[in-house]
Design a protein around this ligand. Structure first.
Ligand SMILES: [Zn+2]
Length: 234
């Protein structure tokens, strides 16, 4: 990301935000670590629109939202928000396997479970039926978490499935989401139309105040999936 940071200015072209709980235990072996879970939106703001709000809510930080999560649990997170004018945010997209932000890397490397939100177009998935296609493609190297996510999201009616499609499956070891303590994380690619269905106003300022019931169903299902998985590490 060094080229990006050399050419774009923090606070003008982009805003980074993160939260880190204090660790209760420094030892890697001790799984009673408050930093178990890490949530990320590497291409948030206006880059892959709608992913910032999804990451914040999944991490449990919903103070300024028009809704609430089922539980009050909070997780660590890192969000990179593209804040350039329209059509100038694509250049802020650094691929996940070249994502060398120091703070993001520290957060992921101190976590046991990591999960990222991405956005793709309606037409990108091989399964796409064209414009208006709503889908959640599950990827990453954490097979167990992927299966829990797929089962739970399908169970509540989302078109969610594990993908093996190149460049959407997050399978590279060098993908930042796979750089946690266990070298495996999970990610979702949400099509534009699925992300749109989560908001009645779809811009950076208004989104969090204009979420839909489906947004909270999606968020709470992902949070429940992570909770189900977390039990293994208690
Ligand atoms: Zn992305």
């Amino acid at each position: 990301m060094s080229a990006l940071y050399a050419n774009e200015t923090e606070g003008v072209n982009f805003i980074r935000e993160w939260y880190q709980h204090r660790s209760r235990y420094a030892s890697l072996k001790n799984y009673k670590d408050e930093n178990k879970v890490f949530i990320m939106a590497p291409h948030g703001g206006s880059i892959e629109s709608g992913t910032t709000e999804l990451a914040l809510a999944t991490a449990g930080f919903v103070k300024n939202f028009n809704g609430d999560t089922d539980t009050s649990v909070t997780h660590n997170y890192f969000i990179f928000n593209g804040t350039n004018p329209k059509d100038e945010n694509g250049k802020l997209h650094v691929t996940s396997s070249h994502y060398d932000d120091v703070d993001a890397n520290e957060l992921v490397s101190n976590s046991l479970i990591s999960f990222a939100f991405h956005g793709c177009t309606d037409g990108q998935p091989d399964e796409s039926t064209g414009h208006g296609y709503q889908a959640c493609l599950i990827g990453g190297r954490d097979q167990v978490l992927k299966e829990i996510l797929e089962a739970q999201l399908k169970n509540v009616g989302f078109n969610a499935f594990i993908t093996t499609q190149d460049d959407l499956d997050g399978s590279l070891a060098s993908n930042i989401i796979n750089k946690n303590k266990r070298s495996r994380g999970a990610q979702v690619e949400l099509t534009t139309s699925l992300r749109k269905s989560f908001y009645t106003k779809h811009n950076r300022k208004d989104r969090r105040k204009n979420t839909t019931a489906d947004f909270w169903l999606f968020i709470n299902t992902i949070r429940a999936s992570i909770e189900e998985y977390e039990v293994q590490f208690l």
